[in-house]
Design a protein around this ligand. Sequence first.
Ligand SMILES: [Zn+2]
Length: 103
Amino acid sequence: MQNIAKKWDWEIKEYKDYILPKGASIFEEDTDKEVSCASCGIRMLFGGTYTSNSIHDETGFGYGVCRECHSEEVEEREKAREKKQKPLFDMPKPKPEYNPDYE
Ligand SMILES: [Zn+2]
């Protein structure tokens, strides 16, 4: 069985080849089967895995990852999103308008 997948890089927005830990799985009929987290390789039951946001097969389907890795993926995605929204330079704050009638 091929153990190479694709991992989405949120920074450059491209897939990179990714070597899966032994036992990583996309789908098991038996949710009590022991599989490996596709990201950190920790052994766990398939029923407890989360579908990865970044580790995919050729068809784009996500591998099972543990809860910790899943929340890291979500963080990475959010970070990349924030960066994208951030302006390239800080806009100067508009100066309060001078009102001659006020003085
Ligand atoms: Zn993990």
